[in-house]
Design a protein around this ligand. Structure first.
Ligand SMILES: O=C(O)C(=O)[C@H](O)COP(=O)(O)O
Ligand SMILES: N[C@@H](CCC(=O)O)C(=O)O
Length: 354
């Protein structure tokens, strides 16, 4: 059997092959992206996303090519002078460092793996506060309780969440953020090459006021196209189609998230029995529901990955500074429940035999 727990690109939903064939049969992949057929496809895809992910009706949805592009779009179009970036891992830090190339005074505020970000030094009228909702590199997530406090404390600021490895897995309270984005090769269980950006009316206004129009992907240009159910460049039509069919067929996000939490609890309970591995993050509340990060001696992690590969199990490598002494396991919706039971059994076996 093939098991894939890599946190991106990750396991595809098994229906993807059929959806792809359907796209070819319908001829949509050969149609111009300003045609009625594409506009209809994009419009229904946005409605389906809103209904399955419980996105507020007054939020806008645009599609771009990747989460990395979203870092650039936000820096270009939503920030006039400076933003504040809070991070405890590699992807949050990268977002800050790309932003800094455009706005050199943007600030970085790092925090520990098992703590909430610190807000003391932040200007109460900050333009934009940037958080990585789910840090794929270390398997931590921002607490919803913290998100609520943040919204109350900074009523005038835009709040942006990198939800690359949590959107379509977590049930969000969308009102707690103004810009949320993700690429589809994670919890959406689709091939890479498309990102979804969800934007509040407040963020739309801020982009309008800043009025940045210097780039092909200036947000004001993107949104003008999206409001006509078009895109600013020729989009990844196949991925838009796959997203459409997927959203027609998946359960509501509330049920999807609940199942991921059940799997997470089962996983961490069983992992406690393993002597050679520990969770990188100990406190359940800071552990991500969608990416698990386990730690061990470098040689143990290496051997484990080799043994796993022999059994047809792909584990996620550690990322950045954590590359050698950790590995990651995606808890994404497209992966069947049975695969976690098989994975746990493999890990218990490995622990006994080594
Ligand atoms: O987890 C993450 O975050 C990532 O893997 C990347 O930032 C994904 O971004 P794109 O490759 O879609 O730009
Ligand atoms: N997109 C990631 C890889 C995904 C991951 O390992 O989390 C990168 O830039 O390297």
């Amino acid at each position: 059997m093939n098991y894939n727990f890599y946190p991106g690109p990750s396991k595809l939903y098994p229906q993807v092959a059929g959806y792809f064939q359907e796209a070819i049969d319908l001829g949509i992949l050969e149609r111009n992206h300003r045609s009625d057929s594409f506009q209809e496809l994009f419009s229904t895809t946005k409605s389906l996303l809103k209904s399955k992910l419980n996105i507020p009706l007054d939020y806008e949805i645009v599609v771009v090519s990747s989460a990395t592009e979203c870092w650039e779009i936000i820096a270009q179009s939503f920030i006039l002078n400076k933003s504040y970036h809070f991070f405890n891992g590699a992807f949050g830090e990268k977002w800050w460092s790309y932003t800094q190339k455009i706005h050199s005074s943007s600030e970085a505020i790092s925090f520990g793996l098992e703590e909430n970000p610190t807000l003391q030094s932040v200007d109460k009228n900050a333009e934009l506060l940037a958080f990585t909702h789910n840090e794929t590199s270390n398997g931590t997530a921002i607490l919803e309780q913290f998100q609520k406090q943040l919204r109350t404390k900074f009523p005038n600021s835009l709040i942006a969440y990198d939800a690359t490895s949590s959107m379509a897995g977590y049930e969000f309270d969308w009102d707690l953020g103004d810009i949320w984005y993700a690429s589809v090769q994670k919890c959406f269980g689709l091939p890479a090459g498309l990102a979804v950006m969800v934007v509040s009316p407040k963020a739309l206004n801020q982009a309008k006021e800043i009025n940045e129009n210097e780039h092909y992907n200036s947000f004001n240009f993107i949104i003008k196209n999206a409001q006509n159910n078009q895109t600013h460049h020729t989009p990844n039509i196949s991925n838009v189609f796959l997203l459409n069919r997927l959203m027609q067929n998946v359960e509501n996000i509330s049920a999807i998230h609940q199942n991921l939490v059940v799997r997470k609890d089962l996983f961490y309970n069983e992992i406690q029995k393993i002597k050679k591995l520990n969770s990188l993050v100990h406190s359940n509340e800071f552990q991500s529901d969608t990416v698990f990060c386990l730690k061990g001696e470098v040689d143990v992690v290496q051997k484990l990955k080799e043994e796993a590969e022999k059994e047809g199990i792909i584990l996620g490598n550690g990322y950045g500074d954590l590359r050698d002494n950790t590995f990651r396991i995606a808890n994404f919706p497209a992966i069947p429940n049975q695969h976690y039971i098989d994975l746990i059994n493999f890990l218990l076996r490995f622990d006994k035999m080594n």
